[in-house]
Write a protein that binds this ligand. Sequence first.
Ligand code: MSP
Length: 509
Amino acid sequence: MTGEPFYVTTPIYYVNDSPHIGHAYTTVAVDTLARFMRLDGRRVLFLTGTDEHGQKVDKSARDKGIDPQTFCDTVSQNFRDMNVMMNVSNDQFIRTTEPRHIAASQALWLELEKRGEIYLGKFAGWYSVRDEAFYEESELKEGKAPTGADVEWVEEENYFFKLSAWRERLLAYYDAHPDFIAPRARRNEIVSFVKGDLRDLSISRTSFKWGVPVPGNEKHVMYVWLDALTNYLTAVGYPDTDAPDYKTFWPADLHMVGKDIIRFHCVYWPAFLMAAGLPVPKRIYGHGWWTVEGQKMSKSLGNFLTAGDLVAKYGLDPLRYFMLRELPFGSDGDFSHRAMVGRINGDLANDIGNLAQRVLSFVNKNGGAQVPTPGAYKETDEALLKAARDLLSKVRAEFSEQSFNKGLETIWQVIGDSNRYVDSEAPWTLRKTDPARMATVLYVLMEAIRHVAILAQPVMPQSMAKLLDQLAVPAHQRDFAALDTALVPGTALPKPEGIFPRFVDTVPA
Ligand code: MSP
């Protein structure tokens, strides 16, 4: 595979939880981007996986009476299964308990130590197991972490990373790379955190064993976040900086994460990398969080939505579409049945489904089931074709900034234009009065649908593949370079089938 490299990652998921809509969201956003870049000719490395060390995982395993490794093996598999179910096209799935990752984490530790960035000290402070994070006294709210998680007082001998020494260099880096942290609100949040009282960071623990052993002092295991963040390097072959993948893909183009974990990615991670003399990733995007029917998702509230339940109820591609279309990427949003059904019946069944169905069944019945032969174009035809041809550059710009909802809106404008064009050109009338003109109109519509289907593939791969099948577009002409080709008049077309059925509530809402 040639093309400009694009390395994109999801966070690695803690194995203490079953995959839910929050996990599926991050992964589908990255999957969409990875698919988009591949179709756009880029050489993509898409990494996801599981975060298996630390006190939280250790505790979850113990609570179940299982040894941590067996527990991790089971739960990690659930995430792999989620990827298959969500049609996720990851190139690698990493587990932090793999030997290659333990070696990479220890190598990074030794590099930091060699460069004088680590010292042994005594830690006394607040720690939240749920967040796997240290908090300052001043950050606590009514005795809890700002996230609402319980905290405990920890006093241990710990190794520290000289984070405070990196304050000015981090700020200079943010300044010189205005697109490093997105969206803007997150950037401001990080800059003010670093401008505050940036203390050295405890990077080892002694009170439990489930972690990567600190090289040279096996009483300590590494702080889970130092180990976890290193996964992005492990996957490209670190510590072998001559490894082909390292050379091609590092630094990563994008780490996609939820807004809750930007501090780790935008402060600690670049500081570790700079301190080890390694290049820093190009961009970190902190997306928003989903609530469910207006409430925070939690097991105790019983509103915990697994990806599996949602796929079974609404279908895979409608779910993928909804997640990326419903909210401005970066903002928080609410998952409600009503909103989901609104999108399925509106954007999918009515807008694109109906357009495809009425055009293709009309061609099937009245056009000899083959791609029509167009005559000379009128202004209205040229206008629709131009709108379709202009899509790629617009959608590319929007997806490159992770504005998925805007990219989809842009595609849906052409769907709207096409529906209006069908109404105004009225091919059913032309059938009797001007069959040659009818053929032109149908051809223009099929070309518009072809553009839409090719560009919507990253979000809805299966449904758009079906639509492209119905347009008889060969498999090798479905990438973005093929947008410049055109449907060949006379090509036989299969019998059309509806792609997006309406969602009918069995029990009235
Ligand atoms: N293990 C760490 C990440 C280490 S990356 C080097 C972790 N794991 S997690 O499983 O707790 O969370 C993974 C991702 O899921 C985070 O990006 C988080 O924001 C996302 N989500 C979890 N719940 C979510 C919602 N309700 N909504 C949207 N995303 C959410 O953090």
